[in-house]
Ligand binder design. Structure first.
Ligand SMILES: Cc1cc2nc3c(=O)[nH]c(=O)nc-3n(C[C@H](O)[C@H](O)[C@H](O)COP(=O)(O)OP(=O)(O)OC[C@H]3O[C@@H](n4cnc5c(N)ncnc54)[C@H](O)[C@@H]3O)c2cc1C
Length: 296
């Protein structure tokens, strides 16, 4: 194990590259201040800013168990180490979860998408991130792994608060599992940021199912930057169920959802401004999912 002294900005930390999962469990058991690192695209900036000071970084990068994309008839399983750029381009993901592939194109810039991992983004739990919102809309299941084995957590139970997830000490995220999109599935994604690639000021990821007569069978919308943790837009499923969705219905349902949200003020604007942005992005993503054409 090499010691890296913080000669640049991060505080000093030890580093170990795990060769297998037992190395991970041993390192985490031995040091309660240890942290795992995947692509490093969130953790390294946090270290450099000294917002985190783990004593040991356990690099997951060599673990084949956390890689790969597997598709069965009904489930798409994506390994935690799958990089953002692969989520964007992988043919199985594009076919079985096009909303997730689209969300990947909105994450940061190509350099970051070449290093960052899906699992890192999910475990980081930033409410302004694209993947958590898409995974909530897609009704994903997070596969947590520890020395004791695997544990599955619904996306709706996974994101708890500011950068806090349901992962427990000694657990890592191994994969995410998604229901495969059907021919009746439609989706929409909309995001507003100061510049393309910046973190979202507001956004929405929508996954819907329609019956043959065009009426809504189900709908879920994950929101970006709408609260402390990634969350679903409230009230959509009941309001849309069995109805043919038009712009008037969307406008009313979005207004009701917004009344139940309280995004805080931050450097990007007042709470009221941010609520307006989230509402507009939700209207656009819903209009896109229900194929109502471009919103003016
Ligand atoms: C300039 C810049 C702009 C960015 N813009 C965006 C953006 O617009 N949208 C966006 O979503 N993200 C953005 N990011 C963050 C980027 O997407 C990260 O890649 C991602 O958040 C974390 O993935 P990672 O693999 O790099 O994780 P790391 O940085 O390695 O880890 C992040 C956290 O997750 C934990 N972790 C990592 N993997 C696992 C695992 N398998 N199990 C358990 N815990 C794990 C680590 O311990 C750490 O706490 C940006 C980053 C930068 C530097």
């Amino acid at each position: 194990m090499a010691t890296i002294v913080g000669s640049v900005k991060p505080p000093p930390f030890d580093y170990v590259r795990a060769a297998n999962l037992d190395d991970v469990w041993d390192a985490l058991d031995a040091d309660e201040d240890a942290k795992v690192i995947a692509g490093g695209q969130s953790l390294i900036p946090l270290l450099s800013l000294r917002f985190a000071s783990p004593s040991l970084l356990v690099d997951l990068g060599a673990l084949g168990e956390l890689t790969g994309v597997q598709l069965t008839d009904s489930v798409l399983r994506i390994g935690a180490l799958t990089r953002h750029c692969e989520v964007e381009r992988n043919a199985a993901i594009r076919a079985a979860a096009p909303l997730l592939a689209e969300a990947a194109t909105w994450v940061a810039h190509p350099q970051i998408r070449n290093r960052g991992t899906l699992g890192g983004s999910v475990a980081h739990g930033d409410s302004a991130a694209e993947f958590p919102a898409a995974l909530l809309a897609l009704d994903a299941t997070m596969v947590a792994r520890s020395r004791a084995g695997e544990r599955r957590v619904a996306a709706t139970d996974f994101f708890l608060s500011y950068f806090t997830t349901a992962l427990e000490p000694g657990e890592i995220l191994a994969a995410v599992e998604l229901p495969v999109a059907r021919s009746s599935s439609t989706w929409g994604f909309a995001e507003f940021a100061r510049r393309r690639g910046d973190y979202a000021i507001g956004g929405a990821a929508v996954q819907a199912e329609r019956d043959a007569d065009g009426s809504c069978r189900s709908v879920r919308a994950g929101l970006l930057a709408a609260g402390p943790a990634p969350c679903l837009a409230p009230g959509l499923a009941d309001a849309f169920a069995g109805r043919v969705v038009d712009r008037q219905l969307i406008a009313g349902v979005v207004d009701e959802a917004l009344a139940r949200l309280a995004p805080g003020e931050n450097v990007h604007g007042s709470a009221g401004y941010r609520k307006d942005v989230i509402g507009e992005m939700l209207r656009r993503a819903l209009a896109s999912a229900f194929e109502l054409g471009e919103v003016a």
